[in-house]
Design a protein around this ligand. Structure first.
Ligand SMILES: Cc1cc2nc3c(=O)[nH]c(=O)nc-3n(C[C@H](O)[C@H](O)[C@H](O)COP(=O)(O)O)c2cc1C
Length: 193
């Protein structure tokens, strides 16, 4: 049991009825279907002040970083906000660095009220590259989330399957061989200890 890939999902929405959280839970079900174990980091339950580089272990940041570090793979889930990912998730990511993400498999998921939230996932992909994470080429989006879900359940089977597949893929590639460092990561002096 000890070697089962551990997948940790981080939810970038604080909304009680968050559709991002519903989608991440389905992705974690997918991880379990592929033989992994999963946990959700619900940022509503962590005290994470806006990141201040003078206090990089503020509040519950040590708990956040420990849980991300302990994972074999991470799923980052965000609502699309103004064409990008949420500030909640950005704050969480700013508390993390190479110790948490270097050579870690990452799956990306974004949810939007409008059409496909491609830019939110692209922006997250750039952040992950700067941290030398290994981001799955496959990604999952839930456009027009108000139509795709009802009462905390998917009503769109195709989107649900795509999200579940993201979870399965994170397990499949959780222990992938390391890649050489990226150009962006060598410039990322802030992510060093
Ligand atoms: C501040 C804010 C900005 C948003 N910007 C966009 C946007 O640029 N494009 C879009 O498609 N939806 C946008 N939305 C809609 C959300 O992406 C959508 O409601 C999503 O389902 C919210 O995720 P949640 O249910 O997990 O909170 C925005 C919502 C908020 C609150």
């Amino acid at each position: 049991m000890a070697d089962l890939p551990r997948v940790t999902a981080v939810c970038g929405s604080l909304r009680d009825d968050s559709t991002t959280r519903v989608a991440l839970e389905r992705a974690l079900d997918g991880a379990a279907e592929a033989g992994g174990t999963g946990e959700l980091i619900d940022l509503r339950h962590l005290d994470l002040p806006l990141f201040d580089a003078d206090d990089p272990a503020a509040g519950d940041a040590p708990e956040l970083t420990r849980r991300v570090r302990d994972a074999d793979a991470v799923v980052l889930g965000t609502p699309m906000y103004h064409g990008s990912y949420s500030s909640v998730l950005k704050t969480a990511l700013d508390y993390c660095g190479f110790d948490e993400f270097e050579q870690k498999t990452v799956g990306l998921l974004a949810v939007s009220g409008g059409r496909f939230p491609i830019t939110a996932m692209d922006h997250l992909r750039s952040v992950c590259r700067a941290l030398d994470a290994w981001v799955l080429p496959y990604e999952a989006a839930v456009p027009q989330a108000y139509r795709a879900m009802s009462d905390g359940e998917f009503t769109d089977d195709d989107l649900e399957e795509r999200v579940a597949e993201l979870g399965r893929q994170t397990v499949r590639y959780a222990k992938i061989e390391a890649c050489p460092a990226t150009f962006e990561s060598r410039e990322n002096v802030g992510a060093e200890d």
